[in-house]
Write a protein that binds this ligand. Structure first.
Ligand SMILES: CC(C)(COP(=O)(O)OP(=O)(O)OC[C@H]1O[C@@H](n2cnc3c(N)ncnc32)[C@H](O)[C@@H]1OP(=O)(O)O)[C@@H](O)C(=O)NCCC(=O)NCCS
Length: 314
């Protein structure tokens, strides 16, 4: 078996890879449109092929922002059943790619709710999870996917206790992000803070949110009536459409339910520009955030499993 990054001439054969399991994958329409937008690149797709027939036996596809220097997330891991031991083949494919990239991006797997009780989804996750773990993606996180849908949930009233203002200065958001990250229950932020200076971490978050398709002009800082900073509210969008983006409350203002006012502002903002569906993710362990989504009429429709490398070991 030969392992290598893909090249443009592989396109037809890459489009022929079909995942018929109950799990997210890079289907042909997605592959073509993301190659066009720059979110996928041939050198961010690795394949394992039969040395004699040239048939593709395994394929791994990574996603990034179009302007990123390296891949940011593994989107699809496929091994043809005829390849034999799927776990070994997939683990070897990931290990080779990680060595080529000089880093091991996290694997984001989208599965239906209740996937643990669904034998098809459970089996689809199981061999991928084992392979990812062997390739160094040993940290496991379950994120709940929520959606607000027009007509299904109300458009909230404006907050009576907070004032929202935009700010053209990115440093104002860096400073607010840094405060909001203190004592966060969000796994990714906590993981980043284990190895990074808080200001550098906040700056990286601001830069990542700027890279999203949502507009920078939508971002808001929230203040109480006395003018004290309460938090941030960032309506945004990704390749799939409008998203909540990010919100957070500074530590000294927590426990007053301000999360509801911030989420309401984001929902109102999107609804006001005609958006009919808003998607959001939060860690299953971020209970105050998950409860806020449920109070606001967002419905949990799926799960995103994130398998990542331990930053302390990388
Ligand atoms: C999630 C978050 C926005 C909740 O804000 P909030 O306005 O304090 O939420 P609530 O007032 O509804 O809090 C409900 C309860 O959870 C507690 N709580 C809130 N945030 C907490 C935290 N980070 N750690 C521990 N407990 C927390 C509150 O003290 C309150 O407890 P109580 O009922 O005993 O008074 C806030 O924790 C935060 O900014 N976290 C960091 C950023 C983040 O996780 N954003 C979401 C990313 S998707």
């Amino acid at each position: 078996m030969r392992f290598r990054p893909a090249v443009e001439g592989d396109l037809d054969r890459l489009l022929g890879c079909v995942v018929d399991e109950s799990i997210s994958w890079s289907h042909p329409d997605r592959l073509l449109s993301y190659l066009e937008s720059g979110n996928y690149r041939f050198d961010h797709i690795w394949l394992a092929e039969d040395e004699e027939s040239g048939e593709i036996l395994a394929r791994a596809v990574w996603w990034s922002f179009p302007d990123s220097t390296g891949p940011l997330a593994l989107d699809c891991l496929h091994v043809h059943p005829s390849a034999g031991d799927r776990v070994s083949v997939a683990a070897e494919l990931l290990r080779r790619a990680h060595a080529g990239y000089g880093q091991a991006p996290a694997y984001h797997v989208f599965v239906p709710n209740g996937w643990r009780d669904d034998p098809r989804a459970g089996a689809a996750v199981a061999w991928r999870w084992a392979a990812a773990g062997r390739a160094g993606l040993t940290e496991e996180l379950e994120r709940l996917r929520y959606a607000w849908t027009e007509g299904d949930a109300p458009v909230p009233e404006p907050s009576e206790r907070l004032v929202f203002r935009g700010d053209d200065d990115d440093e104002a958001f860096v400073s607010a992000f840094r405060r909001v990250a203190e004592g966060t229950l969000d796994f990714h932020t906590r993981q980043a803070l284990a190895t990074m200076d808080p200001v550098a971490q906040a700056r990286e978050d601001v830069r990542d949110y700027r890279s999203m398709p949502g507009e920078r002009a939508w971002w808001r800082l929230a203040y109480d009536k006395g003018g004290a900073l309460v938090g941030v509210a960032l309506p945004s969008a990704n390749n799939g459409g409008p998203v909540v983006g990010y919100l957070g409350v500074v530590p000294e203002q927590r426990g007053h339910g301000y999360v509801d006012d911030l989420l309401a502002e984001i929902t109102r903002f999107h609804a006001g520009r005609g958006v009919r569906r808003i998607v959001a993710d939060t860690d299953a362990g971020n209970v105050p955030m998950a409860r806020a989504f449920e109070r606001a009429g967002y419905r949990n429709f799926a799960v995103r499993l994130v398998l990542s490398a331990n930053p302390v070991n990388t």
